[in-house]
Design a binder for this molecule. Structure first.
Ligand code: 13P
Length: 246
């Protein structure tokens, strides 16, 4: 058995700021009966905070897992608008996305803050999915690896024991929501760089950025790609299931 097969595959749907009670219900009705997909793959749905209780109730006992899209660095107190890791665990989350490029870009999250969120998540018993990825200009300037290493540095500095408890997601910013996917080889090359930099054979590294049913299989065939973080395509139940099946 190769090291790759020791890392259980994972597909995580990141709904971003989408959904409604009704449309969520319709999607869950299609996705949740497909429990046969879970034997070889962790499948999670990362929904907006307000819908987490709805999903928890619907997902209970199915084997599908629940995640949030962000977590506060603080444990509790006077932080208006923030949601703590303990609150997320309380409503059934086991996972949380941290450092998504949209948080870095629109909310000025620094890599140091992302590392603080990793600790906050782990402290609450959640597994953080840490997103990294370069902008198009970085890639064109030949700086992609350098930028990703800089983003990972504060995570690596937390030490090997922490690194082995997180999931990483490589999401090149130029591939997010653009329909422009990294080629399987581009993604593989970066995943191998990330794995070497983090010094871990066991950490799972997901690819994200315009993953669709018809490009998932070729991405998943790569030795250092352990699954996907899926945005737009996770809002379409059939498309999402086809990605998981791949
Ligand atoms: P898309 O799949 O819509 O490109 O989004 C990727 C993403 O940002 C997942 O976190």
């Amino acid at each position: 058995m190769g090291v790759h097969s020791l890392r259980k595959r994972m597909v995580a749907g990141n709904w971003k700021m989408n959904g409604s009670l009704q449309s969520n219900r319709q999607l869950l009705d299609v996705v949740l009966p497909q429990t046969q997909l879970l034997s070889e793959c962790d499948v999670l749905l990362c929904a907006p905070f307000v819908y987490l209780p709805q999903l928890q109730q619907a997902m209970e006992g199915t084997g599908f897992a629940l995640g949030a899209q962000d977590v506060s660095v603080h444990a509790k107190g006077a932080y208006t608008g923030e949601v703590s890791g303990a609150m997320l665990a309380d409503v059934g989350c086991r996972w949380v996305i941290v450092g998504h490029s949209e948080r870095r870009q629109y909310h000025q999250e620094s890599s140091a803050q992302v590392a603080a969120k990793v600790l906050a998540a782990l402290g609450a018993g959640l597994t953080p999915i840490v997103c990294v990825g370069e902008q198009l200009a970085d890639r064109q300037a030949g700086q992609a690896v350098c930028v990703v290493h800089d983003q990972l540095d504060p995570i690596k500095a937390l030490g090997a024991q922490i690194v082995e408890r997180v999931v990483l997601a490589y999401e090149p910013v130029w591939a997010i929501g653009t329909g422009l996917t990294a080629t399987p080889q581009q993604a593989q090359d970066m995943h191998a760089q990330i794995r070497a930099f983090m010094g871990s054979d066991v950490v799972r590294i997901l690819y994200g950025g315009s993953v669709k049913a018809d490009n998932a299989a070729e991405l998943f065939a790569m030795p250092d790609i352990d699954g996907a973080l899926v945005g737009g395509a996770s809002l379409d139940a059939q498309e999402f299931l086809r990605i998981v099946a791949a």
